[in-house]
Design a protein around this ligand. Sequence first.
Ligand code: NIG
Ligand code: FE
Length: 425
Amino acid sequence: MTDAAASGGDLLITDIGQLVDPGKGAFSAPLEVVGDAFVWIRHGRVAATGPMVDLPGDATGTPVFDAGGQVALPGLVDSHTHAVFGATREHEFEQRLAGASYEEIAEQGGGIGFSVRDLRTRSEDELVLLSRPRLAAAAHFGVTTVEVKSGYGLATEQELKMLRVVARLAAEPKLPRLVPTFLGAHALPAEFANDRAAFVRLIVDEMLPAVATESLAEFCDVFCDRGAFTRDEAETILRQAAKLGFGLKIHADEFVPLGGTQLAVELGAASVDHLVAVDEAGIDALAGSDTVATLLPGTSFFLRLDRHAPARELANRGANLALATDFNPGTSMTQNLLLMVTFGCCFLGLTVGEALRAVTRGGAMALRRSDLGTLIPGAGGDVALFGVPDYRHLAYHYGMGHCAATIKSGEVIWRQDEPGSRFPA
Ligand code: NIG
Ligand code: FE
C-alpha cells in the first residue's frame, strides 16, 4: 500500500558521509555502508542511490540538499504508539518510584482508566492542539512514520473522536506520516465492569463497523493480557475486524502469556507487540512466521520490570523483529526511537545493525509497508540525516539529539538548524 499524498517531493541529497540502508540484507547480516554518497528522490520516491561518482546525469536540475558528510538512513518507523492523549501522568511515575506496580495503579482507577476519563472531557480540536507537538517531536529523532492507536475513548463516539484527531493530523504535511489503529479493546471501561461480554459485543457490532464506514483505521489491535482481554475475546474482535478489512495487531504477553501470540500468528496478524512474558509456545509460533514481533524495551525500562522480551532467541529462531517506543503517558513517555535502538542493544542483546533494522524495515513490516524503512529504488522518499561520524554512534552515543534533518516523501519536515526549531521536545 502506498500514500496518495506521497507525491511531488524532488530532492537530491548529496555529500552523505555514510549511506546505510538497513532495509537491505538479512536481519543479522552486517550493514552495508556506502561512503561519499547521494540519494535522489523524484516525485516523493527514491529514484537512485549510490556513490557520488555514479550520480546520474538526469539528476541535475533537482533541488540539492547538501548533507555535509552526515550519516543517512531511511526515515525511521515507530510502529507502536498511543500518541493521542490529553493529560500526562507524571503522578503515576512517582507512584511507581515509590513502589507501586503498573497493574496496582490500574486497579485503583489510574493507568488507562485515568486517560480515558480525561480524554472523554476534551474536544477534538483540543486533542489536535495537544497531539500536534507530540507527533512533531518524533521527527526530531529521524522518525518519518508513526503508528497511532485509539483506545482512550472506549465508547463509540469517543473512539471515533480519537481517530478523527489522527486523520486530521495525518493530513498535515510537516508531521510524520501517521498510520491509524483502532484499539477499542484497550481496557474494560468502568460502565461495563459487570458485563464484559456486552463491551465485546459493542466493539464487534457498533465500533468496528463505524470505524470501517469512515475509513478511520488501517489496523485493529486488542490488549490481550491479565487485567485486559482474554484470548477468546481477542479472537472474537479480531475475526470481525479481519472480515471488515482491517489488518490485525495484538498487545500480548506483556505481563502473562494468555495465548495471544499464537492467536496473532494463527490469524495472520501484522504484528504481536510487547512479548516480555512470551513462553516457548509463543516463540515456536513466531519462528519463521510473517507476524512481526514488536518489542518495546522502553516500556520494560520505564515500568521498572526487571525483565525484557527474549529478543535474541526470537531473532535466532527467525522471527521478524521491530522495535518501537510505545509512546504513551503511562508506560513509555518518550518519542525517542533512537533510544530504543540503544535499549535494543543493551537490554535485548541485539547488534547495532539488528537494532537499526528493527526501527526501519522491521517497523515497516509491522505496518505492512514494504515501501518504507528502506532506500531501494521505488521506496518512499523518507530519509533521516544524523550529525554523527559513524552510524554506530546512533546506538553508542545514546539519548542524544543526533538527528539533523528529517525528510518525508522528498520534503524536509524538520531541520535542527531551522529558526524556531526546538530540540529536545
Ligand atoms: O502498550 N499495554 C497497554 N497499553 C499501553 C499502556 C497505555 C497506558 O498506560 O496509557 C502499553 O503499554
Ligand atoms: Fe501499547
